[in-house]
Design a protein around this ligand. Structure first.
Ligand code: AMP
Ligand code: FES
Ligand code: ZN
Ligand code: ZN
Length: 319
């Protein structure tokens, strides 16, 4: 098999695209997929100031690399979640990436800023770790992007992530989540624009991108992910993809093209219409539909010293 572009030695075959590429043309292919997603969903413009949420994993580091290679003005943000060595190693990969390329990386530590970590929050709230993790990340993404004057915050969610989330939402017909399942959410009600430029690329491509670009990243999964349903859904979708290359793409983009509009009204039913005015949280000033926002409620509950173990307890796993 030969590279689709230059006919030289192939390093990767992409069955879903009926293509194979050499290293140089695979990297160019990935960047083109990002450009196509950015253009199609009008995620941002060439002169926008971009904040990339970097976890230290392959997806967000590859995304940051591609945006810089494409000429965008993109800074990084890494949040120290306090998940033991996993968080320390993740943050270190983000630091090394930024330092080697002379890029700006904002660092934010949950423990230093708010006196809690994801494991301690899971114990304090008696909920799955991902719940306080997700809530904290969303809040910090929004507040750092807003205070830093960024036009958009981008995350490294890829096609596998988005197809798995879609699968979960469809299997329970969660209309209000389906209404928000878009690769771009416009700025609204004081919240910044959010975008997922990797929706046309999968995990395998992102791992290959990092290896071929000499990007070192944290390979381990989060130790608190045990029992996370999305990992199971990814497995199911991978089986589908083997049987029918392109199935993930058809599932996810078919939804966006042909079904997403059917759920638009569900967003208004649950979160109010776009005209609804949110008021500033009385503690942190972030837009909120309550006097105190969910993040500040979490802080008041979780910011107490407790002995914690860095493992997901079976009784905390989402059923
Ligand atoms: P996850 O929720 O862990 O699947 O990560 C999805 C995306 O969220 C990543 O690709 C990053 O863009 C972002 N993200 C995850 N963890 C962090 C972190 N600790 N700091 C900054 N961004 C993160
Ligand atoms: Fe949920 Fe790490 S806390 S995957
Ligand atoms: Zn080639
Ligand atoms: Zn608040």
């Amino acid at each position: 098999m030969k590279c689709r572009v230059c006919k030289c030695h192939v390093v990767i075959e992409l069955r879903q695209h009926n293509s194979a590429f050499c290293a140089e043309h695979f990297l160019a292919f990935c960047r083109r997929q990002v450009e196509r997603a950015v253009d199609k969903f009008d995620m941002f413009r060439p002169d926008d100031k971009i904040l990339v949420a970097v976890s230290g994993g392959k997806d967000s580091l590859a995304l940051w690399d591609m945006l810089v290679e494409l000429g965008y003005d993109a800074d990084g943000l890494v949040i120290g979640l306090g998940i033991g060595e996993y968080s320390e190693a993740s943050t270190e990969f983000a630091r090394t990436f930024a330092r080697d390329r002379g890029l700006t990386l904002h660092e934010y530590s949950l423990d230093a800023e708010h006196g809690f970590t994801v494991p301690s929050a899971a114990q304090a709230t008696k909920r799955v770790p991902c719940s306080s993790c997700g809530l904290s990340k969303r809040h910090i993404f929004d507040s750092v992007a807003t205070s830093g004057g960024y036009d958009v915050i981008v995350t490294g969610h890829n096609l596998d992530d988005e197809a798995a989330v879609l699968f979960g939402n469809v299997s329970r017909w969660q209309r209000e989540y389906l209404a928000r399942q878009s690769p771009v959410l416009p700025a609204a009600n004081g919240f910044p624009r959010k975008a997922k430029p990797l929706v046309r690329l999968g995990e395998r491509e992102m791992a290959a991108y990092c290896v071929l670009s000499n990007i070192e990243y944290v390979v381990e999964e989060c130790p608190m992910a045990a029992g996370n349903k999305h990992l199971e859904y990814k497995g199911l979708l991978n089986d589908m993809e083997v049987a029918s290359p392109g199935a993930k793409h058809a599932f996810y983009f078919g939804f966006l093209d042909r079904a997403a509009d059917l759920f638009a009204s569900a967003q208004d039913e649950t979160s109010g219409s776009a005209e609804d005015v949110l008021s500033p949280c009385s503690v942190c000033g972030s837009p909120s539909s309550n006097d105190i926002c969910s993040f500040c409620k979490l802080v008041s509950l979780a910011a107490v010293p407790v002995e914690v173990e860095i493992t997901a307890r079976p009784d905390m796993i989402d059923k």
